[in-house]
Structure formats: structure tokens, C-alpha cells
Design a protein around this ligand. Structure first.
Ligand code: ADP
Ligand code: ADP
Ligand code: ZN
Ligand code: ZN
Length: 751
């Protein structure tokens, strides 16, 4: 077997005929500034070609179900091994997907309960909330159910006679409302908020044999009292929704709230499954435990039959703990995990697998990880390698780079200024080299000594979201504040409380930009409108012609630049449109030029080139915002769907700059940034503060922490062991603090 994966003449995206040998069975880290071409080599060339060749080995009826890949632009790609990409894309998934189901640990626990629990509910599916034999019948295993929103239905400050029941069909004065105002068991003049528990229970559920006198057009009669809750459920919840009028449905919906399922109390399982115990705990109790605690519980099982099963679960759970996710619980829905947490969980799954001879590809696995946990992540990567796999990692973190057997540094710049391999060798050789990465690795930053003075303060008071323990903390305004702490310590939870409490907060996150597939930086920044007007003014044609969503678009590909042909029984073929050659516009439109450039030429310009080309002030201002966030290497026409999470966050930021008196909240804005780019980002944050704004960042990057004016450190650890403010003060004060992991690592980092 050849010892190298070989790329010859790779030209995907900005790559300039890259020729490269990557050692097999080794850990190779790809470095370089953002936009230099790392992803183009690793994802767009190696991973795509590996997958494409693999797909070709399947029969057509399987191939038809697989995603389609075009052959990457390269002269040759040789000796690839099957690639597995472990990326940051949110794990997402429906609400039936939990940490337990995703990692398969829950299925092991199910077997444990069915064989060893008492009384046993049957085979292992009887403990599955995704199987009819195990799921709670009230909520179908979702753990949540919709029920009446009592806070909305009842006004606690009013009495029954005075309109306490706000749900119109049961309100005072209506026919049904008489049940409550006339009941001899209820005081009609007492505010319902002051009812005793027994009175409230009677209002909602009544009591067998209780009567009430009501009157209607047919006279007056005595009838059985029906509790408010019983009546609401009978008339609106236990009925087929489609049998109600739209108006009724809309009305009822206003008075509903989603809450924990009352039947299973969120445990998702039916009574039989929940009755089974091991050591006094039900399977739901186990799923709710923090993983570190569950490990302790399972270790105590020493029965000869159950012991080995528990041992298998412990082994899997220890892998989760080893990558710093021990603060999660098995019942945590995967849709609520951050991108970094999801990526690390996917890694765990692969670690348990016995495949060897694969190529594992990771996209910045250190995202969301505190420096304390980067070492553990490194161990995992090395274990994957030692099982006989090739591990390729795109990474900026110096601690991960240091672990590599081999480093490929891309550059020298971004976009058209990048696309070449500027260095290959060991991390030691890289650190001694004259590349930008090498120089950055040698530098030792200093903490900010002259911190800015706060102009005021904003508070979060008594915060209890997730693991926060009644946190009250001050955020100074008019300065740059870094919120730090190990993963799971409560940073996002605290920042969520902060944004919820302060309306003026401008949150710039990494979530996708929910716009059409044809969006580009030019349309997103609002530059395209002006460009069209300039073309119309200079050429005398109609502005609408210069839009690829309009009549000016190439009719063959409808402005997409590509054509996808569906063939029966074969892969659809995606080809560049032969008519416009991928340029998206009609020939007549392409002939209309401004200073020698057509609108398609403009879309192929990088933002940097466009800045030189356009004199228009509005265009200039918007493109300079892109420069401020370090994205001028993007072309005006690059589909936004191709941007990374970090790039998305920064392009959003570009459209929200130039405010004053705003409060910016950013979650790990250094994601995807090379050490050299981080300096630019810190400069941008500084400018935001200096023009009268407040900036709050959740960050692990020690460069940013060192340059902050104020640090709020959460901890001491993650999950149950976190949720407290362990330090607040300046970076200089943090350096002199004990009992903070962040302080420990900052001391190691700065000079
Ligand atoms: P890195 O991973 O080093 O940040 P990339 O390989 O993602 O860099 O990008 C290299 C260059 O290719 C950049 O100029 C980027 O804008 C461009 N690029 C990346 N993906 C695409 C794409 N799908 N279409 C067009 N250009 C792209
Ligand atoms: P950090 O941002 O420091 O990584 P988080 O605020 O995300 O920490 O998490 C703090 C704690 O709250 C952890 O124990 C985490 O598992 C828990 N948590 C976070 N989000 C949710 C959620 N949506 N549902 C349940 N628990 C959550
Ligand atoms: Zn239920
Ligand atoms: Zn076309």
C-alpha cells in the first residue's frame, strides 16, 4: 500500500495547481489564514473525490440515493482512502434524537434494564421511547405535550365574578361561565390568585357529586359541576382538531402552552417501562443524570450478567467524558447542542468504531473548547490515528497544531492571494519558519494593561437558566467584555439571559442566513441594487436586466450558471451551462459593459477588486465593512450557502456595523480565523467600542481574552459543577487569580 495520498494540479476554487503528498496513517494539520484554501484542499478536493469514487462502486439503485458529487478540478488524485467528514454542521434532528440515541449508549442501557431491572417490562424495545411498546401513550414518546396555559386562562388578580376566566367561551356572563360564578363551593368575589390549593383544585377538577344551578332560555336547572380543566380538555384537547372551525382552533391555540407531559413527566416512557428499577433508579432517572454521575452509578453494578453490559456503557460514556462532554446527560436533545458539541459527539461515535484505513477529516475541532480541554481532544485524534487511520484536521489552535505529525500551511494570503502550499513539515519546523503562521506561533501576546473605563452598567440578576446558580453579575458598558469558562460552564446560558434582559442587544451569531439559494455577498450587502443602477445609467439599458433573477438572466440555466440533468436510472449530471458558460446572463446583457466590465465580470470580482473598481460612495462604504470583518477575499457572486459558520457570522456583522450606543453580543467570533486574522478581529471590536458601543463576546481564544477590558469567568467546571461566576475583573487581575482554569491557561499563554 502506498504511504501517501497524492494530489496533482488541484485547482478547486482558489487553488493554484496544488501538488501535495499527505502521509497516510498520520495526523496532518492544515493551517493558513481564512480563505487561503484549506477547505478547498481537504473538503472540496480530497473528501469529494473519495466519496465520488466510493459511490461509483455501488450499483446504480444505491447510487441513486446517494448525494451527487462532481469530479473535483485536479489533474490527478491518487491512493485515497475512504473519507469520513466530521464537521460542525448542527446535529439538529427531530426531538426524538438525544445524546443517548445518537451515541447508541441509550440502546445499551435499554438492554441493561430489560435483562437486569426489576420488574422487567420485556425485551429491550420496551424501554425505547421511539417504539410503540415503550413510548408514553400520552405524548407518543416526545416527553412534552400541549396543555392549557393557566397563566393565560386565569387572571390571578380578579375574582370569578369580576372576569378572572379570560378564555371567552368560559368567561363570566356566558352560559358555561355560570358553572364557576354560581358554584356554592367557590367564593365568586375572591381573587383566584388568593385561592387555597384545595379551592384551586376544585375550580379546575371539581369533586364527584358536586352540583351547580345554571339558567338559560329554557329556564333554571341544577346540573353536575364540571371543573374548568376537565371541561377545557373535553371540549378542546380530547377532540379531533379538524372537527373544529378555524376560528375556534385559532382561539384555543392562544390559550395553549407546550409543557412537560403530565403523564410521564417528561420521561417519554410508559408506566411499565418507568416502573423498572436498577438500584432504585428508573431508566429515565439514569438518562437525566449528568454523564459523569451515570458512570459512577453504572460502575456499581457487579452482577455477573449485567456487569459486562454496564461495562460496555461505561466505556462509551468515558469516551464522551474524555472529550469534555461529561456535563451532558443522555436525555439532552441533540437539536439543542452547539456545533462544537455536536462535532465532538460525532467524533465519539467514530472512536468506538472498529474501522481502520479510513481518512477522517475534521473542521476546526477545537471550536467551543476551553484550552483546558484541547489536550483531551488531541488525545482522541491521536487514538483515531493509532487505530490505523489518516487524520486530516483544519485548525488554528496552536495546541492542536503542535500535536501534528505533519503540517501543510496554505497561503500566503486569502482568495486569489492564496491557494498555494507555502510550507510542509513538522510543527517545530513550522514554528521556526518565516511563514505568517510560523511568525504567529512564535509571538507571545501581552494582556491589555490600560483598560477602558466603563460608561455605565447592565445587570443580569438572579439568572437560573440551565445550570446557572442564581447568578447576578454586572456587565460594564462602553467596553469589551469577554465571557469565558470551560465548555458547559454556562457561558451561552448567561449570555442568553443577558440578551433577553436588554432589548438593545444586537446578537451576531453563526446561524445560517435564511435567504434564497441565489444570495451572494452583493445581494446580501445591498450592493447589487446600486451596481444595477450604475450599469443602467452608463449603458442606457433597464436596471432590471442586470439581475440574475430577471429577464436578463440566461434562459437556459435561469441565472444559475449550472444545469442539472436528471437521467433515468443514472446519476443526474451537473454541468456548467453551455449557453452562458456559467456567467448567468444573456449574451446581450454581457455585451453591456461599464469601463470594459460586464455585470458577470463584476460578480467574479473579489470585494477588494470591486472596491478599486467602483467610485460610488454607497458601494464603497458597504464593501469597506466587508474589509473591516476580513472578508474582502470573497467574490461578489459567491453563493452565501458556501460560507463557513465563522464567515457567516462576520458577513452579518458587516451589515450591522457603524452604530453607536449599541450592545453587540458575539459567540466565538474567532471561529475559522487564523491567528493573524484574530488581530484584525480584535482591532474591529476595539473600533466598535471606541465609537461608543458595548461589546460582549463568548470566547476561548486567549488573544481575545488578553485584549479585553473586562472578563467574566464562569465555572469552576461544566454542567452541575459550573454555573457560578468564579472571576470578574480585568485581564491583569485574572492573571493573578487562583481557582480559574482560564487564568491558568492565560498565564501559560502571555509573556
Ligand atoms: P479556507 O478553508 O482556508 O478558509 P477556502 O478553501 O474555504 O479557504 O476558500 C478558498 C477560496 O475559495 C476563498 O476565496 C473562498 O471564498 C473561495 N471559495 C470557497 N468555496 C467556494 C465555492 N463553493 N465557490 C466559489 N468560491 C469558493
Ligand atoms: P457553555 O456556553 O459555557 O458551553 P452552556 O450555557 O451551553 O455552557 O451550558 C451550561 C449547562 O446547561 C450545561 O450543563 C448544558 O448541558 C446545559 N444546557 C445548555 N443548553 C441546554 C438546553 N437547551 N437544554 C438543556 N440543557 C442545556
Ligand atoms: Zn408522556
Ligand atoms: Zn446559462
Amino acid at each position: 500500500m502506498p504511504d501517501f495520498i497524492t494530489l496533482t494540479g488541484a485547482r478547486e476554487n482558489n487553488l493554484k495547481d496544488v501538488t501535495l503528498r499527505i502521509p497516510k496513517g498520520r495526523l496532518t494539520v492544515f493551517t493558513g489564514v481564512s480563505g487561503s484554501g484549506k477547505s478547498s484542499v481537504v473538503f472540496d478536493t480530497i473528501a469529494v473525490e473519495s466519496q465520488r469514487q466510493l459511490n461509483e462502486t455501488y450499483p446504480w439503485f444505491v447510487r441513486n440515493r446517494l448525494p451527487k458529487f462532481e469530479r473535483p478540478h485536479a489533474d490527478a488524485l491518487e491512493d485515497l482512502t475512504p473519507a469520513i467528514v466530521v464537521d460542525q454542521r448542527p446535529v439538529g434532528g427531530h426531538s426524538r434524537s438525544t445524546v443517548g440515541t445518537m451515541t447508541d449508549v441509550y440502546s445499551v442501557i435499554r438492554v441493561l434494564f430489560s435483562r437486569h431491572g426489576t420488574p422487567s417490562a420485556g425485551p429491550a424495545t420496551a424501554y425505547s421511547f421511539n417504539d410503540p411498546s415503550g413510548m408514553c401513550p400520552a405524548c407518543d414518546g416526545l416527553g412534552r405535550a400541549v396543555g392549557p396555559d393557566w397563566d393565560r386562562i386565569l387572571d390571578p388578580d380578579r375574582s370569578l365574578a369580576d372576569g378572572a376566566v379570560r378564555f371567552p367561551p368560559f368567561a363570566a356572563g356566558t352560559w358555561q361561565g355560570q358553572t364557576y360564578t354560581n358554584s356554592p363551593d367557590l367564593d365568586p368575589d375572591k381573587p383566584v390568585g388568593r385561592f387555597t390549593a384545595a379551592e384551586r383544585e376544585f375550580l379546575l377538577r371539581g369533586r364527584p357529586g358536586s352540583k351547580v344551578t345554571v339558567s338559560g332560555s329554557g329556564g333554571t336547572w341544577v346540573t353536575d359541576y364540571e371543573g374548568l380543566a376537565d371541561r377545557f380538555e373535553r371540549l378542546y384537547l380530547k377532540r379531533d382538531l379538524s372537527a373544529m372551525s378555524q376560528k375556534t382552533r385559532d382561539l384555543v391555540r392562544e390559550f395553549l402552552v407546550e409543557g412537560v407531559c403530565p403523564a410521564c413527566r417528561g420521561a417519554r416512557l410508559n408506566a411499565a417501562a418507568l416502573a423498572t428499577r436498577i438500584g432504585g433508579r428508573s431508566i429515565a432517572d439514569c438518562a437525566r443524570l449528568q454523564i459523569t454521575d451515570l458512570i459512577t452509578v453504572l460502575r456499581e453494578i457487579d452482577d455477573p450478567v449485567a456487569g459486562p453490559i454496564a461495562g460496555a456503557a461505561v466505556a462509551a460514556l468515558e469516551r464522551i467524558e474524555a472529550i469534555g462532554l461529561g456535563y451532558l446527560s443522555l436525555d439532552r436533545e441533540t437539536a439543542t447542542l452547539s456545533g462544537g458539541e455536536g462535532q465532538r459527539l460525532k467524533t465519539v461515535r467514530h472512536l468506538g468504531s472498529s474501522l481502520t484505513g479510513m481518512t477522517y477529516i475534521f473542521d476546526e475541532p477545537s471550536v467551543g473548547l476551553h484550552p483546558r480541554d484541547v489536550g483531551r481532544l488531541g488525545d482522541l485524534l491521536l487514538r483515531l490515528r493509532d487505530k490505523g487511520n489518516t487524520v486530516l484536521v483544519v485548525e488554528h489552535d496552536p495546541d492542536v497544531i503542535a500535536l501534528a505529525d505533519h503540517v501543510v500551511d496554505m497561503g500566503p494570503g486569502a482568495g486569489a492571494g492564496g491557494g498555494t502550499v507555502v510550507f510542509t513539515g513538522t510543527p517545530g519546523e513550522l514554528a521556526a519558519s518565516d511563514t505568517l503562521t510560523g511568525r504567529c506561533l512564535r509571538r507571545r501576546p501581552a494582556v491589555r494593561e490600560e483598560v477602558r473605563r466603563a460608561t455605565g452598567e447592565l445587570w443580569v440578576k438572579g439568572a437560573g437558566r440551565h445550570n446557572l446558580r442564581d447568578v447576578t453579575v454586572r456587565f460594564p458598558t462602553g467596553v469589551l467584555t469577554a465571557v469565558t469558562g470551560v465548555a458547559g460552564s454556562g457561558k451561552s446560558s448567561l449570555v442568553a439571559e443577558f440578551t433577553a434582559a436588554h432589548e438593545e442587544a444586537v446578537v451576531v451569531d453563526q446561524s445560517s442566513i435564511g435567504i434564497s439559494g441565489r444570495s451572494t455577498p452583493a445581494t446580501y450587502l445591498g450592493v447589487m441594487d446600486t451596481v444595477r443602477k450604475i450599469f443602467a445609467r452608463e449603458t442606457g439599458a433597464e436596471a432590471g436586466l442586470f439581475s440574475f433573477n430577471s429577464g436578463g438572466a440566461c434562459p437556459t440555466c435561469e441565472g444559475r450558471g449550472i444545469i442539472s440533468t436528471d437521467l433515468a436510472f443514472m446519476d443526474p449530471v451537473t454541468t456548467t451551462c453551455h449557453d452562458c458558460e456559467g456567467r448567468r446572463f444573456r449574451e446581450e446583457v454581457l455585451r453591456l459593459t461599464v469601463r470594459g466590465k460586464s455585470v458577470a465580470d463584476v460578480l467574479e470580482m473579489t470585494a477588494e477588486q470591486a472596491l478599486d473598481f467602483f467610485e460610488d460612495e454607497a458601494v464603497g462604504r458597504r464593501l469597506r465593512a466587508l474589509r473591516d470583518v476580513g472578508l474582502t477575499y470573497l467574490t461578489l457572486g459567491q453563493p452565501l450557502s458556501t460560507l463557513s459558520g465563522g464567515e457567516r457570522q462576520r458577513i452579518k456583522l458587516a451589515t450591522r456595523l457603524h452604530r453607536t450606543g449599541a450592545v453587540y453580543v458575539l459567540d466565538e467570533p474567532t471561529t475559522g480565523l487564523h491567528m493573524a486574522d484574530v488581530a484584525g478581529l480584535v482591532g474591529l471590536l476595539d473600533r466598535l467600542v471606541d465609537t461608543g458601543n458595548t461589546v460582549v463576546v463568548v470566547e476561548h481564544n486567549l488573544d481575545v481574552v488578553a485584549r479585553a477590558d473586562w472578563v467574566i469567568d464562569l465555572g469552576p467546571d461544566g454542567g452541575r459543577d459550573g454555573g457560578e461566576v468564579v472571576f470578574e475583573g480585568t485581564p491583569r487581575q485574572l492573571l493573578e487569580t487562583d481557582g480559574s482554569f482560564t487564568a491558568e491557561h492565560l498565564r501559560r499563554f502571555v509573556r
